[in-house]
Every structure is written in C-alpha cells, then in structure tokens.
Design a protein around this ligand. Structure first.
Ligand SMILES: *Cc1c(COP(=O)(O)O)cnc(C)c1O
Length: 402
C-alpha cells in the first residue's frame, strides 16, 4: 500500500510538472477499467457514472474493441485518406443505412465533425443561397473547443475568450421558436442545435420546438444540423435523439459513443447536400482503417444487442430510483432521456458532491454548481444503479446534514 501511494505521488508530481495546465484534476491517476468499473494506481475502485464523458458506451475495455484493434492493426492501420479502404466503406454503409442520411464524412473528434457541418452549410450557402453564411445556434449550447466551435457554442462568457472570434454565428435562447424565427434572415444558411443540450445541463428540446425548427428550415431553405455528438447512437434510448421528435435532420454529427472510447466522429448529410469539391474538406485521419474497424465493431454491437432499448429501460429505472429520494434531498428537478440524465441540487454544492462521491468510490459529473449529470455505459445493470443510489444518498446525508 505504502509503495503504491509513493508511486502515485511520483506520478502526480510528474503530471503537475510536465502537463500543460488546462484543468483542475483530482489527485489520482486512473490505470485500468472493466465494464462499469475503473481503478486508480493505488488500487482504489470506482463505479463509473461519467462513462468517459458519455463516450465508453459499451463499458470499459469491451472485448469487441480489443478484438477490432487487434485484428485491424495486423491488417492495415493507415493507408492515407487518398485511398478507399474496406472498413471505411463498410462503416459508411452501416451509418447511412442506420440514419437514413445518404452521405458520411469521417473525422476524429466531435468538434471536427461540427466544423465539417459548418463548412458544408457555408458551401450550400455559397452555391444555393447567394453567399449566405450565417448559422444560428442557441444559448447554453456546446459544440466543441476549436476556434469556430467556440464561436458556435452558447456557453456564458465564451464570446469574450480568444477574441477575435470567427464571425457568422448568431445565438438565440433554446426552446424559443419565435426567437429562432426572428433570427432567420437572407444571410442565414443553417441552424445548428443539440436535441438535448448535454454540457448545458441536460436541457431537452420540446417536440413542438424541434418540429417547428424543421418547418422553419423547410420554409426558408436552410439546413437543420443536429449535433448528436452526445445524444446519438443510443444514449437517449433511441438510436438517434431525432427519433423522439419525428423529424429528420439535413445534417447530423456524431462522436463520443461512436468509437466507444476510440477517437472517432462522423458527419452525415442528405444526398442533396453532397456538395464538396476536391480540396474543400479532408484530413489525414479521415476514414482511417483502424478507427473504422473500431466504429464498425462498436456500432455493430449497439445495433446487435439492441442497446438503445436497454439505455431506455435502464434510464427509466435510474430516473425512478432518483425520484424515490427526490423529496428527501430536495432535488428540484430530475430530467433527461435514456441514460443522459441530470438532477438539480437545492444548494450549489455540485463540486463538493462530486469529490465526496469520488472519495466514496463513485464517479459523477457536475456540469454546473447546481446540476449533477449521469451518463453511464449502456451495459449498466440495475444492481449497479442501486449501488450508485446507495453511495449517492450516503454522501448527500453527510453533505446536506440530513
Ligand atoms: C462533446 C461534444 C462536442 C465536442 O466533441 P469533442 O470530441 O470534444 O470535440 C460537441 N458537441 C456536443 C454536443 C458534445 O457533447
């Protein structure tokens, strides 16, 4: 034990003296994961309800990813984006069939998929809308951390960071159809929106709002781009969140769960928006065989094991369990879909709750001082949910003094 502690202290010292500082991280070093569990270098075990930030949808170290990496890495790791490769074509077929959108472009991160969508929207504006380039997004949205995506994102104060920002993004309040209608002008080429705002604290778009957006886009001939980087591929209890709303997007972006932990993203578009010309879009890692093989394995597993249905079922159970203790702890709202859930605390003790839960062996996330977000792997069992509730309540008893 003493030896492990010393080893960890040395690692933490090296971390703080060599990594560029970007975030306050707890004083542990994660070492291993299996299913719903992760272990740190001191051997302490954690029940993981962050799921790699809604990424490790099949749990930690699933066999399908190990097998895909092993098999593909002996075949072909990279052959340059100048050539087709087999897993690229197979994965493109799988995703286009699954989504009903005919075309796909592959990237490595969510921000990159969104950048592709914005480029495509501007291309559309140039070719079909007399040079229109403005994209309307919403307040409290999150679309990524590249320069363009920081301009698209509606986080408070982000408009003042790293100025000058990329122009061409207009923000309106989320779930406010009138505000959206008013913001559309001849310079608009697209609307970019999350059906459920993830980082913003799990805010669900209403059905009337999403259907209204679809109608507005049709009337004005502008693109409806859905950022399903967090909500896509089963997270909300349907394969895609747009299925909850009975609408189809023109352009769809996916990342996070698509690689089950491997960096991978995709932008899908209707056939009518297959508009790029050579030189417009690309990337060293677009459609690289290793990532494509992992994507095929992960999405194949999501389809084959009907994991969206499982996320709906386990999510409903988790919501019901939270509701049982809602009154006792004064949780003001429980919300979300499938396994993308959040609840509000009566006091701004989010950070304290997160660290106390971590000490007690449970990983959860606080997107704001008053909100707690849960996004476990789809494989989470009811017993693991019971255990999570047990730890959470014990910690809230101490913290809220009940
Ligand atoms: C995480 C996230 C992104 C950014 O994805 P990265 O892989 O971090 O670039 C964009 N949009 C939404 C909705 C996200 O949740």
């Amino acid at each position: 034990m003493e030896q492990l502690k010393q080893l960890t202290d040395e690692l933490l010292h090296d971390a703080s003296s060599s990594l560029l500082f970007v975030a306050n991280r707890p004083e542990v070093v994660m070492e291993r994961g299996e299913g719903m569990l992760v272990w740190d270098t001191e051997g302490k075990k954690y029940l993981d309800f962050i799921g790699g930030w809604a990424v490790t949808c099949l749990g930690h170290s699933p066999k399908v990813i190990t097998d895909a990496l092993q098999q593909q890495s002996t075949q072909l790791v990279n052959v340059s984006p100048a050539y087709y490769n087999k897993p690229m074509i197979e994965f493109a077929r799988m995703l286009t069939k699954l989504s009903g959108l005919e075309r796909v472009f592959f990237g490595s991160t969510g921000a990159e998929a969104n950048e592709s969508a914005i480029k495509l929207a501007r291309k559309y504006g140039t070719l079909r809308k007399g040079g229109a380039y403005e994209v309307i997004t919403t307040t409290r949205s999150f679309h990524g951390r590249t320069m363009a995506m920081m301009a698209a994102t509606g986080k408070p104060n982000w408009d003042k960071m790293f100025v000058p920002q990329l122009p061409g993004f207009v923000k309106v309040p989320f779930n406010d159809l009138d505000a959206m209608a008013q913001a559309i002008n001849p310079n608009t080429c697209a609307i970019l929106i999350e059906p459920v705002q993830g980082e913003g604290g799990v805010n669900e778009a209403s059905i009337a709002y999403m259907q209204g957006l679809r109608k507005l886009c049709d009337e004005h001939g502008i693109l409806l781009i859905l950022d399903e980087i967090q909500t896509g591929l089963g997270r909300t209890g349907k394969m895609f969140a747009y299925e909850h709303y009975g609408i189809m997007p023109d352009v769809l972006t996916l990342a996070k769960g698509i690689g089950g932990g491997f960096p991978l993203s995709a932008m899908l578009a209707k056939e009518a928006y297959n508009l790029f010309e050579p030189g417009d879009q690309g990337g060293t890692y677009t459609g690289q065989p290793l990532g494509m093989a992992v994507g095929l394995a992960v999405v194949g597993e999501i389809i084959g094991r009907k994991l969206p249905e499982r996320a709906a079922e386990q999510g409903a159970y988790l919501q019901a369990k939270l509701k049982e203790v809602q009154a006792k702890y004064g949780l003001t709202e429980i919300r979300g879909k499938g396994l993308l859930l959040a609840f509000d605390l009566p006091k701004p003790l989010g950070a304290e709750l997160v660290s106390a839960c971590m000490a007690a062996g449970l990983l959860i996330n606080a997107p704001s001082p008053t909100a707690i977000r849960l996004m476990p792997a789809y494989i989470v069992t009811k017993a693991e949910i019971d255990e999570m509730i047990h730890i959470l309540c014990k910690v809230m008893d101490q913290l809220f003094g009940k």
